[in-house]
Design a protein around this ligand. Structure first.
Ligand code: EPU
Length: 429
C-alpha cells in the first residue's frame, strides 16, 4: 500500500432524506486565498493573510512559496509569508502539477527576479485549460516566453517589464491575476482589456493596493495599473467563499430544508440567488448572510454558466444536483469549460434523468434518487454527488475524497451540524 495516500481509501457514507436545517458560517474563499498567497511574493517584506480555509490546496501553495525561498509560518487560519529572501525562479514540478494556482507564481517571480519557470499546472480535469492568456500577457509586457524542457520559462530583458495595453483573448481568472501581478512592478502604465471581473480578482487588486500598488478599474473588464518601484508588506483578510456558500444553499434546497449561511457577501452571489428564487425557494438575507427555505419544493429553471457576474461555472454541478429535485425540465448550458459534465454519470447512477448534448445538460425532475457507490471526479462534481446523496433515499458511498478536500473545509462536521447523516470512514476491510 505504500505510496498510495490514505485518502484514496477513505469514503463518505451519507444516509439521505433529511432536510438540512440550521446555520453555517462561510469559510474564506479557496481561490481568493490562493491568489493572496501568490501575491505575497511581490513584497520584500512580511505579508500576513487571514481567513485561509483549511483545505489541501492551501498547504500545497504555502509549500510552493517555501520552495521558492519565502519564509512561511501558519497558525490556524493565518499565514505570514516573508518573501524578502525570494531566490528560486523555478517552481518544482511536483508542486506545479499539484494545483492549478501554482502558475500564479510566474507573475511575481518575473516582476521580482526577472525570470520565472513553472511546468503546466495541475488542477481539475474540467477542460483543456490552456495558458495562452497568461503567456501572451507576459509577452506584451516585454518578457520572452519559451517552453524549455517540461516548463514554461519567462524572462525580462535588461529593461525589465514595460507597461502597455494588454488585450486578453478570454477573461481568464488566473490569467488576469498573473498579468496584474506582473504589471504592478512594470515601468509605466498597463491597461488590461477584457480582464476577469470575478470578486476574487477584485479582492487581490485590493490587497495589492494595500501593498502600495496603483490600480484602477478592478472588478470591471478594463483594469489600469501604474507600475511602482516596490511593494510593501500588508495584513489582509480573504473574502468569503461565494462558491462554498452557494453549495450549502443548494444542498438545503435539494433536501427541502432551510439553511442560513453567515459571513457572506450576497452581492457576489446574484447568479445562484436569482436561480434559487426562480426555482421557488424562499430567500432572506442581510448584508452579511443569506438563508434559503425550500420546504415548498423546487421548480425547474434554465441557466448558463458564464464568467462573473453571470452564473458561476463552479456552481454548475451543485445546482444540477439540486435541480434533480425540481419539478419540470431544467437546462444548464456550460460556457466556460469544455469538460464540466463529469458529475453526470454519477448522478445517473443514482437515478437522475439527465441528457447531455455538447456541454449542455437537460434535467428532468423531480426524481427519487437512491443511494449507491459514486465518485467525486473533481471538486465541484464532488459537491454535486454529496448534494444528491443528501437528497437520496438510502445510503450513498462517495469515493474520491481528495477532490472534495481541495475545496470544502470540515464538510462532514458542518453538514452533520445541519442535521445530515454523514460520516467519513477509512479503507474497506
Ligand atoms: N482559458 C484560455 N486561455 C488561458 C486560460 C484560460 O482559453 O490562458 C480558457 C479556459 O480554457 C476556460 C476559460 O478560459 O475555458 C476559463 O478559464 P479561467 O482561466 O478563467 O479559469 P482558471 O483561472 O484556470 C479559476 C478557478 C476555477 C474557476 C475558474 C472560472 C482557481 C485555482 N481556479 O480557474 O475554480 O472555475 O477560474 O471562474 O482559481 C474550482 O474552484 O473548482 C475551480 C475550478
Amino acid at each position: 500500500m505504500s505510496g498510495v495516500p490514505a485518502v484514496a481509501f477513505e469514503r463518505l457514507l451519507i444516509r439521505g432524506g433529511q432536510p438540512l436545517r440550521g446555520r453555517v458560517a462561510s469559510s474564506g474563499s479557496k481561490n481568493a486565498a490562493l491568489y493572496t498567497l501568490a501575491a505575497s511574493l511581490l513584497a520584500p517584506e512580511p505579508v500576513t493573510v487571514r481567513n485561509l480555509p483549511a483545505i489541501a490546496d492551501i498547504g500545497q501553495m504555502l509549500g510552493l512559496l517555501g520552495d521558492l525561498g519565502a519564509r512561511v509560518e501558519q497558525v490556524g487560519d493565518t499565514a505570514r509569508v516573508d518573501a524578502s529572501a525570494l531566490s528560486e525562479t523555478v517552481a518544482p514540478t511536483s508542486r506545479a502539477t499539484a494545483l492549478r494556482a501554482s502558475f500564479l507564481v510566474m507573475g511575481p517571480l518575473l516582476a521580482r527576479l526577472g525570470e520565472a519557470a513553472c511546468a503546466p499546472p495541475g488542477g481539475d480535469v474540467i477542460g483543456v485549460r490552456p495558458l495562452d492568456v497568461h503567456l501572451a500577457g507576459f509577452r506584451a509586457l516585454g518578457a520572452t516566453v519559451a517552453r524549455e524542457g517540461g516548463a514554461w520559462v519567462a524572462r525580462t530583458g535588461a529593461g525589465g517589464l514595460r507597461g502597455t495595453r494588454v488585450f486578453l483573448d478570454y477573461p481568464s481568472v488566473l490569467g488576469t491575476v498573473n498579468v496584474l501581478f506582473a504589471a504592478t512592478r512594470a515601468r509605466g502604465t498597463t491597461v488590461i482589456v477584457n480582464a476577469a471581473a470575478e470578486p476574487e480578482v477584485a479582492m487581490v487588486a485590493e490587497m495589492l493596493l494595500s501593498m502600495g500598488a496603483r490600480i484602477r478599474g478592478h472588478g470591471s473588464q478594463i483594469v489600469e495599473v501604474e507600475g511602482v518601484e516596490r511593494l510593501h508588506g500588508t495584513d489582509f483578510t480573504v473574502i468569503p467563499d461565494r462558491i462554498e456558500a452557494g453549495t450549502f444553499l443548494l444542498a438545503a434546497a435539494a433536501t427541502g430544508g432551510a439553511v442560513g449561511v453567515e459571513g457572506v457577501v450576497p452581492a457576489h452571489m446574484d447568479g445562484v440567488l436569482t436561480k434559487l428564487a426562480e426555482a421557488g425557494a424562499r430567500l432572506e438575507g442581510t448584508e452579511t448572510s443569506v438563508s434559503v427555505d425550500s420546504a415548498g419544493g423546487l421548480e425547474a429553471v434554465q441557466l448558463q454558466a458564464v464568467p462573473y457576474p453571470g452564473f458561476p461555472t463552479d456552481l454548475h454541478a451543485p445546482i444540477a444536483a439540486a435541480l434533480t429535485q425540481a419539478a419540470g425540465v431544467s437546462i444548464i448550458h456550460e460556457r466556460v469549460f469544455d469538460n464540466r459534465l463529469l458529475y453526470v454519470g454519477e448522478l445517473r447512477a443514482m437515478g437522475a434523468r439527465l441528457t447531455t448534448g455538447g456541454q449542455s445538460v437537460i434535467i428532468e425532475g423531480p426524481t427519487r434518487l437512491s443511494g449507491t457507490p459514486v465518485r467525486a471526479l473533481d471538486v465541484r462534481a464532488g459537491a454535486a454527488v454529496v448534494i444528491a446523496a443528501l437528497a437520496a433515499e438510502g445510503e450513498t458511498e462517495v469515493r474520491g475524497l481528495e477532490h472534495i478536500d481541495r475545496g470544502y473545509q470540515h464538510l462532514v462536521d458542518r453538514l452533520s451540524a445541519l442535521g445530515a447523516s454523514i460520516e467519513r470512514v477509512g479503507a474497506a476491510a
